[in-house]
Design a protein around this ligand. Structure first.
Ligand code: NAD
Length: 491
């Protein structure tokens, strides 16, 4: 049942907000120009905070503080064990503040009970790595056959600039700062202008945990005003970005022209490939969840349902029935499954795609706004072909498109027929089909017969094609924040 949102005003009035200034060199500071920007609750469209609006001068101060931290500052003198302890402490403080952090992130994003569990888990995972990053020894004679003592050091890359999106800023932020800090880098993080509060909360807890000045710096602000100068800043050694492909291209170009290391986690248009031999009834709820959770504002959302023709009617009927049951409403209501889109801009974008869907495909269910305040959209399913706009472009809303196929080869061709290659799901009961598809689909992640939509920390995450460059999470995250140096002694 889809419900009209009823808004809990009391809970909103009593949420304790974090500091709203810039965190630079271990101190909260206003922006140099003294400016602030409004942070809006997407559900009520009311201003919930006014946050310092960072610009180039602020970015420069933050990068200088981060440089000092790694160039001989207190942070650079800590051992891996000590860095790990600080990361564990930060995770413990986030667990202590689990409820208030949940309220802040939920208020900021408008999605149901966005708790810090994923961020806490990432901090602990990388806290464990901090004292296990080592180099290697290579047994090697020199050109004259004399023995040498040669070893390879794995060193922190230096200052890491992290830019995050609004759909899960605390978790994506933790995926960036945790490996960087574990490796001994310092960070300057620019949280999204639409949802900066949870990152500022994390900053306050980092100070409480006792991170040395400059290890973690936060510069909230807008993309062109704070993000772009951060990417270009001379003191930055590595840029790690999660966001849209269009912005990622610009960031990648700037960073690589300056020969900085770069990791880009970008958009997606991920296929769910349903073979007729799959246990369809069992998987139908998963097929629906893949594109309505977080109102579809998930980079790895399975927004294209490619279905073998003989199973199409069953899948359309089953998924539509699931979508009709989804409770859309106030994110603070524990019964709510999905909340509001993040902003008016995103609502207009999603509505525009739904209109294009109506003209180019057949609407199966949904397609409407719910209520007239907040940005609630019904979970929506279309059926059509893979060459239309809503099959090719990322919508970032609760909108799926079902496309029929006949043969295995056609399924793979359709699965790979978008600019993106982030994630995918394959449903089949045939183990050979599953393994063949896992090899043939061009995506950073293939899940067979379901699996969590948030990737496990222990395995690499990232995209192919226009979905990104490089990998986050697992030990790959540590490698991405470190450089190797060869040292050789003549003996
Ligand atoms: P966005 O690209 O507009 O913004 C992301 C961040 O980049 C924000 O902090 C923004 O201020 C900043 N930014 C914007 N322009 C910039 C510039 N020129 N230079 C530097 N920084 C700039 O994306 P969004 O709308 O916030 O997020 C949605 C997008 O993020 C979707 O495309 C989604 O697929 C993608 N995303 C990807 C992943 C992933 O891991 N692959 C995860 C979440 C979201």
């Amino acid at each position: 049942m889809t419900v009209t949102p009823e808004i809990d005003v009391d809970i909103r009035a009593n949420i304790a907000l974090p500091p709203t200034d810039l965190l630079i060199g271990g101190e909260w500071q206003p922006a140099a120009a003294g400016e602030r920007f409004d942070v809006i609750d997407p559900v009520t469209e009311r201003v919930i905070a006014q946050v310092a609006r960072g610009r180039e001068a602020d970015v420069e101060r933050a990068v200088a503080a981060a440089r000092a931290a790694v160039d001989g500052g207190a942070w650079s003198k800590l051992s891996g064990v000590e860095r790990g302890k600080l990361l564990f402490k930060l995770a413990d403080l986030m667990e202590r503040d689990f409820r208030p952090m949940t309220l802040v992130e939920t208020l900021d994003i408008g999605q149901p009970l966005k708790n810090p569990a994923g961020a806490i888990a990432a901090l602990r995972y990388y806290a464990g790595w901090a004292d296990k990053i080592d180099g290697r020894h290579v047994s090697l004679p020199d050109a004259n056959g004399r023995p040498t003592h040669t070893y390879v050091r794995r060193e922190p890359i230096g200052v890491v600039a992290a830019i995050t999106p609004w759909n899960s800023p605390l978790m994506t932020g933790a995926w960036k700062i945790a490996p960087a800090l574990a490796a001994g880098c310092s960070v300057v993080i620019k949280p999204p202008e639409d949802a900066p509060l949870s990152t500022l909360y994390l900053g306050a807890l980092a100070l409480e945990a006792g991170f040395p000045a400059g290890a973690i710096n936060i510069v909230p602000g807008f993309g062109l005003e704070a993000g772009a100068p951060l990417v270009a800043a001379r003191g930055v050694d590595k840029v790690t970005f999660t966001g849209s492909t269009a912005v990622g291209r610009q960031i990648g170009a700037t960073a690589t022209a300056a020969l900085k290391a770069v990791t880009l986690e970008l958009g997606g248009k991920s296929p769910q490939v349903v073979f007729a031999d799959a246990d369809i009834d069992r998987h139908i709820p998963m097929m629906a969840r893949q594109f309505y959770l977080n109102s579809g504002q998930v980079c790895a959302a399975g927004s294209r349902l490619l279905v073998q023709r003989s199973a199409l009617d069953r899948v359309l009927e089953g998924v539509a029935a699931q979508l009709k049951k989804v409770r859309v409403g106030d994110p603070f209501d524990p019964r709510t499954q999905i909340g509001s889109l993040i902003s008016r801009k995103q609502f207009e974008r999603v509505s525009d795609y739904i209109e294009q869907g109506r003209s180019q495909a057949e609407l199966v269910t949904g397609g409407n706004r719910i209520g007239d305040s907040g940005f609630f959209v019904e979970p929506t399913l279309f059926t059509g072909t893979n060459d239309i706009v809503i099959a090719q472009e990322e919508i970032f809303g609760p909108v799926g498109l079902a496309v029929p196929f006949d043969t295995y080869d056609e399924a793979i061709r359709l699965a790979n027929d978008t600019p993106y290659g982030l994630a995918s799901v394959v449903y089949t009961s045939d183990i050979s089909t599953a393994h063949r598809a896992a090899a043939d689909i061009k995506a950073g992640m293939v899940r067979v017969n379901g699996g969590a939509s948030v990737p496990a920390l222990q395995v690499p995450f990232g995209g192919m094609k226009a979905s990104g460059v490089g990998r986050e999470l697992s030990y790959s995250g540590i490698e991405a924040c470190t450089v190797e140096k060869t040292v050789s002694f003549e003996l």
